[in-house]
Design a binder for this molecule. Structure first.
Ligand SMILES: [Ca+2]
Ligand SMILES: [Ca+2]
Length: 116
């Protein structure tokens, strides 16, 4: 009974440990400084290359700041105002995130679909 239990535990834990070591071997850590105090992270694929872009929305000026993952180019776009809530997503269906905010005081969505 005890031997069977040990074999069972080995059968369960060994693949798990191998999985962890494989995960560690493949893991990659990325850091990016982008944004400042008060900004709201709004990650998404704004340039349509299939990768999320580092992006923040600044509530005090309603401006979006995006680093395009395809080129590293920085995009700024004023869209929204104080009190809005950023609600990015691909509303136009072109594969690129659109700048969008939701305004709580009138329940209206404002969507900007033209990327610079
Ligand atoms: Ca992208
Ligand atoms: Ca879109």
């Amino acid at each position: 009974m005890k031997v069977g239990y040990r074999l069972l535990m080995m059968a369960l834990t060994v693949p798990f440990l191998i999985g962890i070591s494989n995960f560690k071997a493949k893991a990659q850590i990325t850091t990016q400084q982008w944004g400042t105090t008060g900004d709201i992270p709004v990650p998404g694929d704004y340039d349509g290359d299939g990768k999320n872009d580092f992006a923040v929305w600044r509530p005090n000026n309603g401006t979006w700041y995006v680093i395009k993952s395809s080129t590293g180019q920085i995009i700024t776009q004023q869209w929204g105002t104080t009190g809005d809530r950023p609600a990015p997503g691909d509303y136009s269906g072109d594969g690129k995130n659109d700048f969008a905010v939701w305004r709580p005081n009138n329940g209206t969505w404002y969507i900007f679909t033209n990327l610079q």
